[in-house]
Ligand binder design. Structure first.
Ligand code: NAD
Length: 355
């Protein structure tokens, strides 16, 4: 029997990749969860297994509009996270970051909730220091195609700090680095999902530039553990990096995936997209010191679990990725004034596909 009352928790963007794992984890811990999502990139499939739980509630809502809910904690994740999605309607991406964070902060202030912002390593832009510590102020192009996301997230951090300094709102800022795992959108153009889907479909792997650019990949369970620890730690108002510090080049990742499938993959090289960072790796000393957190799941194990999930999903509906995404955007069009995403964006030739 649980001795304390469940915590009432709002997860905006809860039907997305990370959000759905977070909701699941919080439900399993006995908490009460309100999942709020406009289904721009999230899906009901991601949370279908939670819908019958009496401690889980789903609200279709856009964070750009205010909402009033009685909650103790808010995880603010609502924002498309992959370049093909956040560049589809960049103005909407800025709105989701700025208005969405503002509305979430106002709600936190009104009901006295603690709020955690899902920020990103993209606030460091194309970094000139390596690895990136939280003290690094970044190298972001404010007028490039990625700025709607990078600058949107930077303003969101500014709002968080200002609401904390000005009004005493109890904030947490997680700077999340590349995360992967089951339930990633098959068509989001990220390198892990791309390589897995391309291998499953017998297509060549798309490598940008020389393939020597590096990323670090954090398995979603590790990331969710870090988010929950940060939310529940006392008095941490400065940003905290959460990510896996083990760096891999894109070529190494392609090799690992080919090895796990046991099939050699051919590779197709494409030009690097604009403003694509060449190196990205978190310094996680602060998370270690303040939260006792470090990722535990090795890339190989995480990839195995992710591949198994993609195999299951693609076996059910081989072309579902593209169809689902296009259909989703068509329905969003009515609510958000957005156009239908052209299906060519889901082909591997797209210069927008990146890590
Ligand atoms: N996945 C990563 O590697 C990564 C890295 C850094 C930061 N993040 C951040 O973590 C959060 C979750 O990322 P994810 O990978 O799960 O992405 P995702 O696209 O799968 O999830 C985002 C969710 O937010 C919802 N959403 C988008 N705009 C909304 C709006 N205006 N109102 C309500 N809901 C809205 C989407 O429908 C989706 O369910 C994002 O804020 C992202 O910026 C993710």
């Amino acid at each position: 029997m649980r001795e304390v009352a469940p915590v009432q928790i709002l997860v905006t963007g809860g039907a997305g990749f990370i959000g759905s794992h977070l909701c699941e984890r919080l439900i399993n811990a006995g908490e009460e969860v309100i999942c709020l999502d406009n289904f721009f990139t999230g899906s009901r499939d991601n949370i279908a297994h939670l819908l019958d739980n009496p401690r889980f509630e789903l609200i279709r809502h856009d964070v750009v509009e205010p909402i009033r809910l009685e909650v103790d904690q808010i995880y603010n994740l609502a924002c498309p996270a992959s370049p093909i999605h956040y560049q589809f309607n960049p103005v909407k991406t800025v709105e989701a970051n700025v208005m969405g964070t503002l509305n979430s902060l106002r709600l936190a202030q009104d009901v006295g909730a603690r709020i955690l912002q899902a920020s990103t390593s993209e606030v460091y832009g194309d970094p000139t220091v390596h690895p990136q510590t939280e003290a690094y102020r970044g190298n972001v192009n404010p007028i490039g195609p990625r700025a709607c996301y990078d600058e949107g997230k930077r303003v969101a951090e500014t709002l968080m700090m200002d609401y904390h300094r000005q009004d005493g709102v109890d904030i947490r800022i997680a700077r999340i680095f590349n995360t992967y795992g089951p339930r990633m959108d098959e068509a989001d153009g990220r390198v892990v999902s791309n390589f897995i889907v391309q291998t499953l479909r017998g297509e060549p792997l798309t490598l940008f530039g020389t393939g020597e650019q590096s990323r670090s990949f954090c398995y979603v369970d590790d990331l969710v553990e870090g988010l929950i620890r940060l939310m529940n730690a006392e008095g941490i108002h400065e940003p905290v990096n959460l990510g896996n510090p083990h760096e891999f080049t894109m070529l190494e990742l392609a090799e690992q995936i080919a090895e796990l499938f046991g099939t050699p993959s051919s590779v197709r090289f494409c030009p690097l997209p604009e403003d694509d960072p060449t190196q990205r790796c978190p310094d996680i000393s602060r998370a270690g010191l303040l939260l006792g957190w470090a990722p535990r799941i090795e890339l190989r194990e995480g990839l195995q679990r992710t591949i198994a999930d993609f195999q299951r999903r693609l076996a059910k509906a081989p072309e579902r990725g593209g169809q689902r995404a296009t259909a989703r955007r068509a329905s969003e069009r009515q609510g958000n004034g957005e156009g239908v995403m052209p299906s060519k964006l889901f082909q591997s030739e797209s210069p927008n596909l990146r890590t």
